[in-house]
Design a protein around this ligand. Structure first.
Ligand code: AMP
Length: 282
């Protein structure tokens, strides 16, 4: 498994693979890999011939400098985890390899899908994310790209960006991988204490509670009960019932919906996100 730092080199490698008739799978990551990332890589390996993983902490998608500075960087350990699982790792060391000499970001018209939830609480995050994914798609030119449904709004926006750019790339959404106690795996969990990791199980518990009682309690009451469950343990930023396709707020649990229940909150000052999706069978 080769470790590549230069975009020209990765272009060359991929061209050779394509000329040999191979399909290319791509997983963009920011490193500090865990089983969640590896599940995407394994899925890619199962359905494409040649698998590229990028490891790059993209500065343009961080809306807080401190978060960027504190983001874990564990490339050596990441390489060990990826050994034998993917074919090449693209790890640009210089922003120029991704953005060229100057970082100029495109503005996409996401028709409002980028406005609520993460878009509201992390201004500029999705603009940076969509731009870096687009840059990587131009370099790697994958047939399929794999994204975790943990970042569900990101997955929706990447699909939209692909449609806007008319890329011939299939965007594959992969299920959330969780710790045994239900905590969604995340590179940020590394910054949590042992106790907080244990406490954090209450997040998935509260989401599942909302799914279970979705039809039986008003949405307002359901949300309040869930927030009460989290009280004193997790500082909730948002907990919202949204339509999984339009991302619009669901106000009425008596209507048939594909529900995307989205959560963000803080534990020990670390921002965590999670979600569940379910069909409300009325
Ligand atoms: P990140 O390194 O956080 O940018 O994540 C890279 C990719 O891994 C994104 O598509 C994430 O949605 C995905 N991912 C992160 N955590 C998980 C998880 N627990 N389960 C599934 N996918 C995940």
């Amino acid at each position: 498994m080769e470790l590549v730092h230069k975009s020209d080199r990765i272009r060359q490698i991929i061209l050779a693979q394509k000329e040999a008739g191979k399909t290319v799978g791509f997983i963009p990551t920011m490193g500090a890999l865990h089983e969640g990332h590896l599940s995407l890589v394994k899925r890619a390996k199962a359905v494409t011939d040649y698998v590229v993983v990028s490891i790059y902490v993209n500065p343009t998608q961080f809306n807080q400098q401190e978060d960027l500075d504190k983001y874990p960087r564990t490339i050596e350990r990441d390489m060990v985890l990826l050994e034998g699982v993917c074919d090449v790792v693209f790890n640009p060391l210089d922003n120029k390899e991704v953005y060229g000499d100057e970082i100029v970001l495109k503005s996409y018209n996401f028709e409002g899908l980028d406005e609520p939830l993460e878009g509201a609480f992390r201004p500029g995050h999705f603009k940076g994310m969509a731009n870096v994914v687009s840059r990587f798609f131009e370099i790697v030119k994958p047939d399929k790209a794999f994204f975790g449904l943990k970042d569900y709004q990101q997955y929706v926006l990447v699909k939209k960006m692909v449609a806007i750019e008319r890329y011939d790339i299939e965007v594959v959404g992969c299920p959330i991988v969780r710790e045994e106690n239900g905590l969604a795996m995340s590179s940020r969990n590394e910054r949590l204490s042992h106790k907080a990791k244990h406490t954090a199980s209450v997040i998935f518990y509260a989401l599942q509670y909302c799914e279970k009682y979705y039809l039986h309690v008003s949405l307002e009451q359901l949300k309040q009960n869930a927030i009460d469950m989290l009280k004193g343990m997790v500082q909730v930023e948002y907990l919202e019932f949204r339509d999984a396709e339009t991302l619009e707020v669901i106000n009425d649990n008596t209507k048939q919906s594909e529900v995307f229940l989205s959560f963000a909150g803080y534990l020990e000052g670390i921002r965590l996100i999670d979600n569940i999706r379910f069909s409300s069978k009325v």
